[in-house]
Design a protein around this ligand. Sequence first.
Ligand SMILES: NC(=O)C1=CN([C@@H]2O[C@H](COP(=O)(O)OP(=O)(O)OC[C@H]3O[C@@H](n4cnc5c(N)ncnc54)[C@H](OP(=O)(O)O)[C@@H]3O)[C@@H](O)[C@H]2O)C=CC1
Ligand SMILES: O=C(O)[C@@H]1CCC=N1
Length: 273
Amino acid sequence: MKETITFLGAGSMAEAIIAGMTAKEIVPSRQIIATNHSNKDRLQELEHKYKIQTTQNKQAAIEQGTIIVLAMKPKDVKVATAEIREFLTEDKIIVSLLAGISTGYMEKQIGTNNPVIRVMPNTSAMIGQSATTIASGNNVNEEQIELVRTLIHAIGTTTVINEEEMDAFTALAGSGPAFYYYMVEAMEQFVIEKGLDKEVAKQLMTQTLKGVAQMLATSSDSPKTLREKITSPGGTTEAGLKALASHDFQKAVMNCLEQATDKSKELRSLFEK
Ligand SMILES: NC(=O)C1=CN([C@@H]2O[C@H](COP(=O)(O)OP(=O)(O)OC[C@H]3O[C@@H](n4cnc5c(N)ncnc54)[C@H](OP(=O)(O)O)[C@@H]3O)[C@@H](O)[C@H]2O)C=CC1
Ligand SMILES: O=C(O)[C@@H]1CCC=N1
C-alpha cells in the first residue's frame, strides 16, 4: 500500500494498531509516522520497537501523512485538531479512534471537507485480532472507506455500522476486552487463594477462553445451549452458575455494558461543545 499513515497520539491504542500493521507488513514501517503531545521517550520507544518514523514536528507529520489517525483522548481533541488544521490538505483521510466523538463534530472541528471515518478498534489489534467497527462521515466516498477497511483489516475483522450504533459497539468491542480480562483477574485471585500453579492455571484459562471464542464463532448452538450442554443436573457447573446468579451476574454484565454505552454518549456531550 502506498499510503503514509500518521498517528496523532502514541498511546496504547496507537501502539496496538502499529504493532498489528507492522507485523502484517500492510505498509512498510517507514510509511508509519507517530507524534504525540510531549512524551519524547515514548516516541523513541515506538521508533525502536517498530522501526517506524516519529517526530515532534506536527506540521511535518501531517504533511507527510495521507491517512491521519487521531489517537488522543477525547478531552484533547480540540487542542489537537486546532494544532493541525492549517496543514490538512483536503486529500487526507482523517481516521478518528476517539470514543464517543461523532464524525459530525470532527468535521466541524477540522473545518474542512476532509473525509472523516470513525473507527473503534480494540487492543487485540496488537496481535491482529481486533473486532473493529467503522462508521463514515459526510464527505467519505466508497473508495476511501474501502481503503481504510483494507488497512484496518490488518489488525483483525472490520464491520461497517451506522454511527448511531457506535456507542453500544464501543461498549461491547472497544471496551469489551477489559471486561473479559476483569473476569480472568477474578479467576487469578481464585488460583492464588487455592495455591495452584500459576503457569498451569494461566495455560488452562487462556485455552478455555480460546475454545469458548472458537465455539461461539463456529457452533450453530446458541450461547444458552452451549452453556446447558456443560451443565449436568446437580453437578459442578450448576453449583457455580447458581453462585453467579445469586450475585445477579447477568444484571451486573448488562449494567456494565449500559454504563459503558452511556459514557460514550456522555463523552460526546462533554466534549462536543
Ligand atoms: N485503549 C483502548 O483500548 C482504546 C482506545 N480508543 C480510543 O483511542 C484514543 C487513545 O486512547 P489510548 O491510546 O488508550 O490513550 P493514551 O492515553 O494511551 O494515549 C493518548 C495519546 O495522545 C497524545 N496526545 C495528547 N494530546 C495530544 C495532542 N494535542 N496532539 C497529539 N497527541 C496528543 C498523548 O501524548 P503524550 O503522551 O505526549 O501526552 C498520548 O500519546 C482515545 O480517544 C480512546 O477513546 C479506542 C478503542 C480502544
Ligand atoms: O475506555 C475508553 O474510553 C476507551 C474506548 C474504548 C476502550 N477504551
